[in-house]
Ligand binder design. Structure first.
Ligand SMILES: Cc1cc2nc3c(=O)[nH]c(=O)nc-3n(C[C@H](O)[C@H](O)[C@H](O)COP(=O)(O)OP(=O)(O)OC[C@H]3O[C@@H](n4cnc5c(N)ncnc54)[C@H](O)[C@@H]3O)c2cc1C
Length: 358
């Protein structure tokens, strides 16, 4: 018979949301177990630009100082470049954000989580079958039966916990995908540079002294057949020109569809956080910041659902607006021209995106 181990909370997924949740819940005095199917440090398709609110959350959680800053670059703001060459840029009013390699972020999160005595992390452990038991939940881990009264789904975009909880919403018609590639080249910008084309965007993030990351967001209908990265880069001749002598680093990663609709984030002792809680699009670069802020709100579990709605309200508003512009190139260029002439308004929009409305 399997040995039974009881914990107060079981977290599925050890990305930014899951590890931050582990730190917060164990700080609350709970005995927490976290299962992550990969091993650390974990890489992922991501633009790797953390907004100033996310940097503040990293500091609040004691993670910031553990990051290997050779794999980071300060980000002063955002620059948009339209297909007709029109440009707009604004600095963050809140201070700098941070470009950071996912592996460096993952390692720092993991190192910080390991300092938490009440948190046990199980690596290479994919949570499959979850059963309801005595008002709580149980999973099988090797020859052990793990029982918990609180289940936290931090298992990313295509969350299994979300489906188990019956919180999966309807299927979205928005079919956007993300693809990323790193290059060895001295960054030419201390802004996240966003190049817009017909239905495809390229996000350039500085990540260190000699590295940049490019994330493409695209819809299958907007690309012809052929090798994915070449087809994406073909859309941006000026950017491609800058990369002629740059060596690609590591593999090309892709993930999608990105839009995941969720009916709610809390149900019968199950809480969803991070991408598992629902995701619209990375177009405004808020995912990591939101995942960390949501984890911090787990300290007040009874009000989590309200806190969640408050946290994501502005993200959904500005992201919908940006997606609308991404769809219509003519409006896009006009909007970028307008923002270029009014950097203060652009700066206010960036603050609004982070939930800072003052
Ligand atoms: C192309 C692209 C660009 C982006 N750009 C940015 C950006 O510039 N800035 C930003 O802030 N955000 C960006 N994001 C969003 C950001 O990557 C996510 O919002 C963030 O990673 C969410 O963290 P998470 O912990 O919720 O999910 P994840 O990082 O996906 O972590 C989930 C973890 O759960 C694990 N897991 C899954 N299933 C199981 C299971 N059954 N058992 C055990 N473990 C499991 C996975 O292995 C994974 O480690 C981007 C996303 C994409 C796709």
């Amino acid at each position: 018979m399997a040995l039974a181990t009881k914990v107060d909370a079981l977290i599925v997924g050890g990305g930014p949301a899951g590890l931050a949740a582990g730190i917060v819940l164990s700080e609350q005095g709970l005995q927490v177990m976290l299962c992550e199917k990969q091993s650390y440090p974990i890489d992922k398709a991501c633009g790797e630009g953390i907004m100033p609110t996310g940097v503040a959350a990293l500091k609040r959680l004691g993670i910031y100082d553990l990051i290997d800053h050779n794999a980071t670059h300060p980000i002063r703001g955002i620059r948009y470049i339209a297909s007709n060459g029109e440009q707009a840029e604004a600095a963050f009013a809140e201070g700098p954000g941070l470009g950071v390699r996912r592996t460096a972020l993952s390692q720092a999160l993991y190192n910080r989580a390991q300092q938490c005595h009440r948190l046990s992390i199980h690596i290479g452990c994919e949570v499959g079958g979850i059963c309801r038991q005595d008002g709580g939940f149980s999973i099988k881990l090797g020859d052990r039966q793990i029982q918990t009264s609180l289940l936290v789904g931090a298992d990313g975009l295509h969350s299994r916990v979300r489906r188990f909880a019956g919180l999966q919403g309807s299927k979205s018609s928005l079919m956007r995908w993300g693809t990323t590639q790193h290059y060895a080249i001295k960054p030419w910008t201390d802004h996240v540079e966003i190049h817009w084309q017909n239905g495809v965007e390229a996000y350039v993030t500085p990540l260190g002294l000699e590295e940049i990351g490019i994330a493409f967001l695209w819809s299958p209908g907007n690309l012809s057949k052929g090798p994915l990265l070449t087809k994406l880069l073909d859309q941006f001749p000026k950017l491609a020109q800058k990369l002629v002598r740059a060596t690609p680093i590591g593999p090309t990663r892709a993930i999608g569809p990105l839009h995941q609709i969720t009916r709610a984030q809390v149900a019968h002792n199950i809480v969803l956080i991070g991408d598992a809680a629902g995701y619209l699009d990375p177009i405004t670069g808020e995912g990591i910041s939101l995942a960390l802020s949501q984890a911090i709100k787990l300290a007040h579990l009874p009000s989590f659902q309200q806190s969640y709605r408050k946290l994501v309200r502005h993200y959904y508003m500005t992201t919908r607006l940006a997606l609308l512009l991404a769809k219509f190139p003519a409006r896009q260029s006009a909007a970028i021209q307008f923002l270029g002439r009014h950097p203060k308004i652009f700066q206010r929009l960036l603050s609004l995106n982070m939930g800072n409305c003052n």
